[in-house]
Write a protein that binds this ligand. Sequence first.
Ligand code: HPA
Length: 278
Amino acid sequence: MTAEEKLNKCYESFKDKIDFKPAVALILGSGLGALADEIDVKAVLNYNEIEGFPMSTVPGHKGRFVFGYIEDVPVVIMQGRVHYYEGYDMHDVVLPTRLMRKMGAEVLFLTNASGAANPDFSAGDFMLITDQIANFVPSPLIGANFESLGTRFPDMSEIYNKKLREIVKKTAEDLGIKLQEGVYIQLTGPNFESPSEVRMCRMLGADAIGMSTACEAIAANHAGMKIVGISCVANLGCGLTDTPLTHKEVIEAADKAAPLFKKLIRASIKNIYNEGLK
Ligand code: HPA
């Protein structure tokens, strides 16, 4: 089966079970999954109910799509994403993103936890993603092009939609939430970086380092989605701090930031739906 056939099969499986058309797709990162439990839920689809769907194995990540309404906006939430470091092929890592596109979502709202490469950032900061560096992971577009989704050589000049970014900035301002801005770099993980690698990322122009998001943004941009992304800076990158990093620390920092993060996401989705899709 080709990767595109697999996607189509997953879509058929979704269509058989769920009657819901989302406008916004939301991917929740480490420690942020609880947002999906707080919305007006209309339906739930566990990943293991979808034939051929890649499963998430990371603690702190649930594996299911939640369909419902955030502030009256029809959304599909990916509660638990699939990571490249779990050993999946990059086509599988972005399959859920493409599937949410096929479900009808026009906007992809990406969230993640990251480590700071920018020494001016603090743990607990939120960063609006302005652009990304994805060259350290394989492009999800390698292989036969999914002609039904997009062109062979897609433009990447504005992966993160400028209008949506402005809306999120204004939303944060109105809520009195501090919002940093910067470039996100995706590395494979699962190991955290060495101090030299963090310095390298900084030299390349990155502000935050993570193990997800950029590949999903490429696939979504290819498929014509409008993308917005916010990173929760869980820790300072290795070398910017003396303490060794643990996954527990990342989850705890994300948990702590979660209430404010959720508030920002909810309000941003409402404003994007009302102002950003025209
Ligand atoms: N590096 C990479 N990914 C991360 C980090 C980090 O320091 N923190 C949370 N996700």
